[in-house]
Ligand binder design. Structure first.
Ligand code: ARG
Length: 406
């Protein structure tokens, strides 16, 4: 029986050429799997056109999976609960979609009796790491093919091959950028922005085109750390994310421009837009300020960068990530309430928050007469708090010399 390979198929030039290339160079049958994680299909394409292109390229089978809900609930929500920002900035957009795709590649490999999976990544990026490490975690028996890492073809070669193989695809010889997109945002690389000094041209942005002018407030509701409503209207996480992308994006908020450390050791200039993700993380972490007890809050803040790093590094399916998930899930029990975000052109910030389980106690915090704080407790507390330092200072400490001391 001919060996079967399940290819992560995007409908673009590289993965289209990869279908036929795998058939010719590896002598395999290709099952193309296109996973909808909320990306736009590009040009005039729809998912049916993408499926047909895979078949035209020679795939024995082409499957389109709508994984948007799964992406939202099983990947974006955990990232939100972890307030995940790699290197303090990047909300993990591409890092989150690869494990979703891996899940489906493995499932389809089982369904179609395939012994390998394949992806169209080159050797320089993080996505190859995420595909392959993810696959090894879920299905260590599957082989992995990475044609674009070995074929040595330029973009022009690929265009010529696509024409020769009569793959129906419209491409331009000078592709300006490398784009990766999903519900959680959009990554734009290459072209003129490879020079970290160059300002990203306005046309790289699609999710954050500033069209709205009137300031507006948006109230996001959370239950146990998951977004459940906008302006009092109950919504699924997927709906909240889509809604926030549209509204926040229309104010031109949500752009990032950074130099980041890839897992493979390369520093790269990255341009992102993630209006919904950045606004939601802002709202969620603000609600944690209100509802998390201090020690839990501080410890969680220490673990969040580690969670983001693991996911960035392709370790979504790994024991430390699982253990951190358990900690984060437990921490979210009381992260319930609402956050008011204000939007103005180019800006988004929190202007209010409330919770039925808020730890903010007006009576304790107020400076007015209704104060319930026991002032007499403070002096003794502070004296004991400073006792160790006072002892150290009297025996060993460097005292500030008094005026007139020699
Ligand atoms: N540097 C980002 C990451 O590693 C974005 C990757 C974008 N992927 C792409 N194929 N263009 O998550």
């Amino acid at each position: 029986m001919t060996k079967r390979v399940v290819l992560a198929y995007s409908g673009g030039l590289d993965t289209s050429v990869a279908v036929r290339w795998l058939m010719e160079h590896e002598g395999v049958e290709v099952v193309a799997v296109a996973v909808d994680v909320g990306q736009s299909t590009g040009g005039d394409d729809d998912w049916e056109a993408i499926r047909n292109r895979a078949l035209a390229a020679g795939a024995v089978e082409a499957v389109v999976v709508d994984a948007r809900r799964e992406m939202a609930e099983d990947f974006c929500v955990p990232a939100l609960q972890a307030n995940a920002r790699y290197e303090g900035k990047y909300p993990l957009v591409s890092s989150l979609s690869r494990p979703v795709i891996v899940r489906h590649l493995v499932a389809e490999a089982r369904r179609h009796g395939a012994s390998a999976v394949a992806h169209g990544c080159t050797g320089k990026g993080n996505d190859q790491v995420r595909f392959e490490v993810g696959t090894r975690a879920l299905a260590p028996d599957l082989e992995v093919f990475a044609p674009a890492r070995v074929w040595g073809l330029t973009r022009e070669d690929c265009i010529d091959l696509a024409a020769r193989w009569e793959i129906p695809i419209t491409v331009t010889k000078d592709k300006l950028y490398s784009i990766d997109e999903n519900l959680w945002g959009r990554a734009i690389e290459a072209g003129v922005i490879e020079d970290p000094w160059n300002r990203p041209p306005e046309d790289v942005y699609t999710m954050t085109r500033p069209t709205a002018a009137e300031p507006v407030e948006v109230v996001v509701g959370f239950e146990s750390g998951a977004p459940v409503s906008v302006d009092g209207v109950a919504m699924s996480p997927l709906e909240v994310i889509q809604h926030m992308n549209a509204v926040v994006g229309s104010y031109g908020f949500g752009r990032l421009d950074m130099v980041e450390n890839r897992r493979v050791g390369i520093k790269s200039r990255e341009t992102y837009e993630a209006p919904g993700a950045l606004a939601l993380v802002m709202a969620h972490s603000d609600l944690e300020d209100l509802t998390l007890e201090r020690d839990l809050h501080h410890e969680k803040a220490r673990l969040e960068p580690r969670w983001a790093e693991l996911v960035y590094d392709g370790l979504w399916f790994s024991p430390l990530k699982q253990a951190l998930d358990a900690f984060i899930a437990e921490s979210q029990r009381h992260v319930t309430g609402e956050v008011r975000l204000r939007l103005e052109p180019g800006r988004c910030w929190v202007v209010g928050r409330r919770s039925p389980v808020s730890l903010y106690d007006y009576g304790l915090a107020t400076y007015d007469a209704t104060d319930t704080f026991r002032h007499e407790d403070a002096a003794g507390f502070v004296r004991l708090w400073g006792l160790g330092v006072a002892t150290w200072a009297s025996r060993q400490g460097a005292k500030i010399p008094a005026e007139g001391d020699a």
